[in-house]
Design a protein. Structure first.
Lengths: 183, 222
């Protein structure tokens, strides 16, 4: 069954169809939340909240956009709300995370990659409200600007402008940690 | 090896396995929301508050007044003045008042006059005082404040300072116009800084017909 059919069935109250929809989309929802928030537990919470909210407002869903886009919009909104609650601050040296990677028996390349990944996640999570989501959607998940505008509820032009600002800020904040790796 | 920012981000991207949230979500959506009854309670409370507020803000005139039965009284006949003595058309006030002109008032009306006692005229100490009869001190025209339309004008000249020594001073007279037959009663009372003027003008009272005249009729015996 396609997304449209499953959604139509779920809208008429079929819980089984909605369960199938969750199975199809939960990984992408979790990945998006994890990339924006940089924390697995928070991402899992957001994943649950997203599907609960989607079920409650499923009747208001109109098929002018793809179901996945609508779902990711809910995900981004939940992430931003959680970020506001948590007030993530970029704090100093990320020692805990680096220590955790350094004690695992992994190769040098893998360790470097893990270290860089941890730093990037923390820096993205500490970016201002929409900037983190923009970086994730465009630079990591490589979505089109139309889709990004749909998810963030803004115009394509606004998404482009904000993305350039977000990239500039991200570069400034990453440079102290990965200066030798960046062009 | 140096990389572009986008490249670096993609290479550093590492997402752990997603947990299966289906059972948790199903459990949450199958139980009724606990917030719903509260939402209804809040909505009802808001509606009640709005109704009470609207009722409180309504102007009193729009509220339905309770029906009150009013008993109409028969109009009282005009009082007859027992003894009316013939007086000159314009009665001169007593000498204590230098000047007083009172316009006839159609209805009794009370006026409140703000009064300021006149300042005594200071004279130089070394000046030779020649005893002369001093005219009464003219006070500025008093301000008359009434709540109704201006129907009466009173010009009052106060007596000399010696007469005003006491705090309370009152004066009254009754005048009768021989042409129209109207009787005007005037009373002026001052206490402290306030002056109360009471005036009442009454039409000529019809005197009972004299026995033997055309208007006098005896009642037929039953």
């Amino acid at each position: 069954m396609s997304d449209e059919e499953l959604v139509a069935s779920a809208q008429s109250g079929n819980v089984k169809a909605f369960d199938t929809l969750i199975g199809l989309h939960q990984e992408r929802v979790f990945a998006l939340a994890y990339r924006i928030l940089g924390d697995a537990e928070d991402a899992a919470d957001v994943q649950q909240e997203t599907f609960v909210r989607a079920w409650r407002s499923l009747k208001s869903f109109r098929a002018h956009a793809a179901f996945s886009t609508w779902l990711h919009r809910i995900t981004v909104n939940r992430c931003l709300s959680r970020k506001r609650q948590r007030q993530v601050e970029l704090v100093e040296p990320l020692n805990d995370e680096l220590l955790r990677y350094s004690v695992e028996p992994v190769g040098t390349a893998c360790l470097e990659r893990a270290e860089t990944g941890a730093i990037v996640r923390r820096v993205i999570a500490a970016l201002p409200t929409h900037y983190g989501a923009l970086i994730v959607l465009r630079e990591i998940e490589e979505r089109s600007f139309d889709e990004i505008a749909e998810i963030l509820g803004c115009s394509v032009q606004s998404a482009r402008t904000r993305l350039s600002k977000a990239k500039k800020l991200l570069r400034e904040r990453l440079e102290p940690y990965v200066a030798e790796e960046l062009i | 090896m140096k990389k572009d920012l986008s490249e670096l981000l993609r290479e550093a991207d590492c997402v752990p396995d997603a947990p299966d949230c289906r059972s948790a979500v199903m459990a949450r959506i199958s139980t009724p929301s606990r917030g719903r009854p509260l939402v209804w309670a809040y909505a009802c409370a808001a509606v009640l508050i709005a109704i009470a507020g609207t009722w409180a803000l309504l102007p009193h005139a729009q509220r339905q007044a309770p029906v009150v039965e009013v008993v109409r009284k028969a109009p009282t006949p005009p009082r007859q003045i027992a003894h009316v003595t013939a007086q000159p058309a314009i009665e001169k006030p007593p000498q204590a008042f230098a000047e007083e002109r009172v316009a006839t008032a159609p209805r009794p009306r009370r006026a409140h006059v703000a009064w300021t006692p006149p300042k005594p005229v200071e004279q130089p100490k070394e000046a030779v005082v020649v005893p002369q009869p001093q005219p009464p001190v003219q006070t500025p025209a008093p301000t008359v404040r009434t709540t109704g339309p201006p129907v009466a004008i009173a010009i009052v000249t106060w007596p000399s300072l010696r007469k005003q020594a006491s705090n309370t001073y009152s004066y009254g007279y009754t005048s009768r116009d021989t042409q129209t037959g109207n009787t005007t009663e005037c009373r002026v009372k001052r206490s402290g800084n306030s002056v109360e003027i009471y005036m009442e003008s009454k039409p000529e009272a019809s005197e009972p017909p004299v026995k033997g005249s055309t208007g006098y009729e005896t009642k037929p015996n039953a």
